[in-house]
Design a protein around this ligand. Structure first.
Ligand code: ADP
Length: 583
């Protein structure tokens, strides 16, 4: 399948013809000076001319802003066009240009599917705490003000490339990805999901960029507005700031680096401020994720500037990041060698330079959407079990809480073979509140684990990370009180990642594998809901059942005996981390 990837800007149209399976770029081009005489229609006609009759199976459009609605790529129809138009106020420069490109391309190629791939989609479901501005909530809700984040296609692509390079499932990795080009942003990618990013409502927030300021205090913006007026402040922050504003030499880092080498103080300052801000974010995001496995650098600066990479990654040894100077100096990434590790051999955290390829990601997403339309929905319903808050204990904890050598008293069997609810109860204590009489599930396990809902978490006063059962490393601390003693757990408190237990036979029937993330729809009740990010766990020991917590059940108004239906089974492959919908 050959996908035509279009990136329509305010005065230019970039295009590539890509084979998403092999990753081959068959041709590419840039048409400039659109507007006035030269319309998008004319530009598309030029693109088709360049194709010289090569078949196009689908068109993938880069769309900057998808608002809150688009969490994934979608096939474009009139309704999707209207939805993209609705969020024009959020991206007044970009979305109209994207729409013009879409309209012209749909008219010229009416018989192939067109797919929109959004820069914001990867970040839309960032945790609420990360996406919310701390201003009057009524105002932000009325005006739709929230942190969106951009460059999502690139952050997603490079994090998947990094996981593939490290030969580890992305669902086990915590990464900070730094996309440093003319626009620059950072993303905390935890288990393959964006949990924090540096751009916000607009792409002006966050890191220092070519001509954009990145973060400044709101007080500074107010002062500038008073001194210069709103329009000039806009121009100052968007076009006359960042590397260009600091150095006075324009936005090309190469020029600035040369001037700095010759002693230009403003050039040096520009470089220092840029690096400082990026370093700061690595530390902050490691804190957000409670750990770090890899730092990924990409974009023109991340991929090419040896000096900037060194400045950003220096003195981070305390985090486990140690640069190998020679590897850094020699790192060259390209199509044939898209990832290079520049960390010292012994470093605990990998530092990876990755060549980004947003067009390839758009082509792959486009192919996936087109293929998904041929998906046969899995037939059988999946029983849903609602897990109340509960505790798993290990032998040592049992000794402390219930007495040395004590045993759990089975009270009733659970649906998963061998598992049971016990008579034993403990009190879970957090810094803010207590949960009394929390049931212990048996049998005893290798490590303690306390599973609570988001509501419980709030009541306890701790941030419980979303984790699959068993992955308690670096999770939240908690105190347990039993009849015989009290136990301080350094880690173990989690909010369970909703999941489906499947026997291998079920997995085969549904066409999914262990570690996949799927969607499950609950219909027929008063509050229909599609659960996304549902983890598939396959084992000979499991019986088919989806597990959600009480908050999740309440959201869909479910009670015992409920069931759901697997939606368009798709697969996040360990190798690519990309979502590949299955036929
Ligand atoms: P865009 O965000 O427009 O796609 P790029 O990702 O191409 O931009 O990044 C452009 C930036 O990368 C510019 O600041 C440019 O100076 C910088 N850059 C490119 N090559 C090098 C290099 N060899 N050394 C330092 N900076 C470089």
């Amino acid at each position: 399948m050959h996908v035509l990837v279009l990136n329509a800007g305010s005065s230019s149209l970039k295009y590539q013809l890509v084979d998403p399976s092999s990753g081959t770029r068959l041709l590419q081009g840039l048409i400039e000076e659109i507007g006035g005489e030269r319309t998008y229609e004319a530009a598309i006609a030029e693109v088709l001319g360049h194709l010289e009759g090569r078949a196009v199976a689908a068109v993938g459009h880069r769309v900057v802003h998808g608002g809150e609605r688009f969490v994934d790529a979608v096939e474009i129809d009139d309704e999707v066009v209207a939805a993209i138009r609705e969020v024009v106020p959020l991206a007044p420069l970009h979305n109209p240009a994207n729409l013009a490109g879409i309209a012209a391309a749909r008219a010229a190629l009416p018989n192939v599917p067109h797919v929109a791939v959004f820069d914001t989609a990867f970040h839309v479901r960032m945790p609420r705490r990360a996406r919310t501005y701390a201003i009057d909530l009524e105002v932000s809700e009325r005006l739709g003000l929230r942190r969106f984040g951009f460059h999502g296609t690139s952050h997603r692509y490079v994090s998947a490339q990094a996981a593939a390079f490290l030969e580890r499932p992305i669902a086990e990795l915590r990464m900070v990805t730094l996309h440093l080009g003319n626009g620059a942003s950072a993303c905390a990618v935890e288990w393959g999901h964006s949990v924090e990013t540096s751009m916000g409502l607009t792409p002006l927030e966050g890191l220092v960029m070519g001509t954009r300021s990145g973060d400044v205090g709101p007080g500074l913006v107010l002062r500038l507005c008073r001194e210069l007026g709103v329009e000039e402040t806009d121009t100052l922050l968007n076009r006359k700031s960042g590397l260009a504003g600091l150095s006075g030499l324009g936005n090309d880092l190469r020029v600035i680096q040369r001037a700095a080498a010759e002693g230009d103080d403003r050039a040096r300052l520009a470089i220092n401020v840029f690096a400082h801000r990026a370093r700061k974010v690595i530390g902050a995001y490691a804190a957000v994720m409670g750990g770090l496995d890899a730092v990924v650098l990409t974009g023109g600066i991340g991929e090419h500037s040896v000096d900037m990479r060194r400045r950003i990654l220096q003195r981070l040894d305390f985090l486990g990041v140690t640069l190998d100077e020679d590897r850094n100096a020699d790192a060259r990434v390209d199509h044939d060698r898209p990832v290079v590790d520049i960390a010292a051999e012994h470093a605990r955290v990998r530092a990876l330079v990755v060549a980004t390829n947003e067009e390839l990601q758009i082509a792959r997403d486009t192919e996936a959407v087109v293929r998904a339309h041929k998906v046969v929905k899995a037939p059988s319903p999946i029983p849903i079990a609602i897990s109340a808050r509960h505790v798993h204990l290990d032998r040592a904890a049992m000794d402390v809480l219930f007495g040395v050598g004590s045993d759990l008293t089975p009270s009733r069997p659970l649906s998963q073979p061998g598992q049971f609810a016990s008579e034993e109860r403990v009190t879970v204590v957090g810094p803010r509140g207590r949960l009394e009489r929390v049931r212990v599930l048996g049998p005893l396990r290798k490590a303690c684990q306390v599973e609570v809902s988001r509501t419980d978490e709030f009541l306890l006063g701790v941030d419980a990370p979303i984790r699959q059962s068993g992955q308690t490393a670096d999770s939240a601390p908690v105190v347990l009180e039993g009849p015989k003693g009290t136990l301080q757990l350094k880690e173990g408190l989690i909010c369970a990642w909703r999941h489906i237990h499947m026997h291998p036979d079920d997995a085969l029937a549904f066409g999914v594998s262990d570690g996949d993330e799927v969607e499950v729809a609950v219909t027929g009740g008063p509050r229909d809901l599609v659960f996304g990010d549902v983890l598939v766990r396959v084992s000979e020991k499991y019986a088919l059942e989806m597990h959600i917590d009480t908050d999740e059940a309440n959201a869909a108004e479910l009670s015992s005996g409920a069931s759901g239906e697997l939606q368009e089974p798709y697969r996040a492959t360990a190798a690519t981390g990309l979502i590949e919908r299955r036929r």
